[in-house]
Design a protein around this ligand. Structure first.
Ligand code: BTN
Length: 253
């Protein structure tokens, strides 16, 4: 498998975080986009909500795609296409179809195998986007802190096989840019259809939802993903059930 020929690749032995590397080298990298920055280890891997992303050498894939998007694209679909690209990559490697937990966590048997951190720099007409993707490849249960042991998995833990990050990266890049092209072509329906298919195991399930920037958690039933990438949550009120749409936040279970 080879990388898309339009993609510039930067491979690092170690860095603090591939997303941070893109930001620190923004001037230089933005001259030749799109770029993939991948590192065999991260000393300060970052997750969403200021969390740490465990990033031991060659135990995971730590990659960031940097590219620009016009401002008129539906930005809510970016997490979804990243998640879809990871699911399709893992399906080729393991033969298993994993689950999308809206907006962009990837689970297997309710344990997280991949997480995505999207960051952007907004200018006049364009958005400079960084899609940082972490996939647990060769971790064993002992690599994780006690609190995480029953919440996280890896390809090695699922299949028993070791896999090199350099085998996964080109596949991921291929799927990622395939879906980015679809997004740019306005193929939103296809993206939403797939995101709903991959998050199907959550449909009808009771979830605890944490809207971003708020302290409260909302209990509701996951009803799917709407036409522009929002989470549809069914909530009980005295007057009956209502459907609310959320565009940012996190499902906690
Ligand atoms: C999450 O689920 O909280 C998001 C995790 C994102 C981790 C990846 S690894 C590559 C890139 N660099 C980082 O520091 N974070 C992302």
């Amino acid at each position: 498998m080879t990388y898309p020929d339009f993609l510039k690749c930067v491979f690092l032995e170690e860095c603090d975080s591939t997303n941070s590397y893109v930001k620190q080298n923004y001037e230089m990298l933005s001259k030749d986009l799109p770029v993939l920055v991948s590192s065999t280890a991260q000393s300060l891997g970052r997750g969403r909500d200021q969390r740490i992303w465990v990033s031991l050498k060659n135990k995971g894939l730590y990659s960031s795609f940097a590219f620009t998007l016009r401002k008129d694209f539906n930005f809510n679909l970016l997490p979804l296409i990243s998640g879809i690209a990871v699911i399709e990559t893992l399906k080729v490697i393991t033969g298993i179809e994993m689950v999308l937990k809206w907006p962009n966590d990837i689970l297997w048997e309710n344990k997280k195998i991949s997480g995505i951190l999207i960051e952007n720099i907004i200018s006049e007409n364009t958005i400079f986007c960084i899609a940082g993707i972490g996939i647990n490849l060769n971790y064993t249960v002992d690599d994780f802190h006690e609190d995480l042991k029953d919440k996280i998995t890896s390809i090695k833990m699922i299949t028993g096989e070791m896999i090199e990050p350099k085998k996964v990266n080109p596949l991921l890049a291929g799927f990622f840019f395939h879906w980015l092209e679809k997004l740019e072509a306005g193929n939103d329906k296809k993206i939403i259809h797939l995101a709903n298919r991959y998050s199907h195991p959550f449909r009808g399930e009771k979830i605890s939802f944490h809207p971003i920037g708020e302290k409260r958690k909302i209990m509701g039933i996951f009803k799917g993903i709407n036409h522009d990438g929002g989470l549809i949550l069914e909530i009980r009120r005295l007057a009956g059930r209502i459907h609310k749409i959320y565009y940012s936040g996190e499902i906690n279970n």
